[in-house]
Design a protein around this ligand. Structure first.
Ligand code: GLY
Length: 265
């Protein structure tokens, strides 16, 4: 996860929204139907924001058989020059990995997880000298331990964090926008779980949990979702300069900012 490590985020791959986005996995199933056209508009704005921050972005075509294909964060975890390719935590997402493997294999060694492992990249947050790996409904302990071995071999520390079943991924409610700083949503993780991890923990109110998924860039710049005023003010008070992206249409399929990109440099 080198882009996250130094927050320069030089190079990323993203994938367009599937025509079947209305069938994406969503907690809103039965109440809101995700809208593929609106989501592609949000995706375009997201890519523009990454490019405005200096990231070279490769845009892959949608996989129209895979409603969740735009959520490329989940399908690989970079550890230095190794790309760890998980068995996806939800069976419907198996098969999304192939095009990302092809892209990453130009610069990275591809490592496939064992068959007893499941993991989504959305359960991994990089914090300075360590990888934080969520144990969730998507990431099992075998998957976390598989990844941890490669992380330790690369010289980083690892911590596992148990995620409540009501929360999709670690990145759903947690991020590290600059060295030594975490942003966490109230009501999902306890101070006992994460209090020791960072000097500065910015707790956002539970009602704005979605905004805890931030994308930090060097120089205290951060991209956040639009529409979360308390979080925005907390981050301004903490010295960040802020760019917002309207993520409402992506949120309808349980996606956040980080879900949409895979950084490979
Ligand atoms: N809709 C994103 C996921 O559930 O993986």
């Amino acid at each position: 996860m080198p882009g996250t490590f130094d927050r320069s985020r030089q190079s990323a791959v993203v994938r367009c929204v599937s025509k079947k986005f209305d069938q994406a996995i969503s907690v809103y199933f039965g109440t809101i139907t995700p809208d593929a056209i609106a989501a592609q508009g949000a995706h375009d704005a997201y890519v523009a924001a990454l490019r405005a921050h200096g990231t070279e972005v490769t845009v892959l075509s949608a996989l129209d058989k895979h409603p969740d294909c735009c959520f490329v964060e989940d399908v690989a975890v970079m550890v230095g020059k190794k790309a760890i390719i998980p068995k996806m935590g939800h069976a419907s997402r198996e098969g999304e990995q192939a095009a990302i493997i092809e892209f990453l294999s130009e610069g990275a060694e591809i490592i496939h997880m064992n068959s007893n492992c499941t993991l989504d990249g959305g359960d991994v947050v990089f914090l300075d000298d360590r990888y934080l790996i969520g144990i969730s409904t998507r990431t099992n302990r075998a998957g976390a331990e598989f990844l941890a071995k490669y992380v330790k071999d690369a010289g980083f520390k690892v911590e596992f964090i148990e995620i409540p079943d009501s929360t999709l991924h670690l990145t759903t409610i947690f991020s590290s926008p600059r060295p030594g700083t975490l942003v966490a949503a109230e009501g999902h993780l306890s101070i006992n779980q994460i209090g020791h991890l960072a000097d500065e923990i910015i707790w956002v109110p539970n009602s704005e949990s979605y905004a805890a998924n931030t994308m930090g860039y060097s120089g205290d710049r951060v991209i956040i979702a639009a529409g979360y005023p308390t979080t925005r003010q907390l981050l301004l008070d903490a010295g960040f300069s802020i760019t917002t992206v309207d993520m409402d249409a992506i949120r309808e399929a349980d996606g956040s900012l980080t879900c949409l990109s895979q950084f490979n440099a």
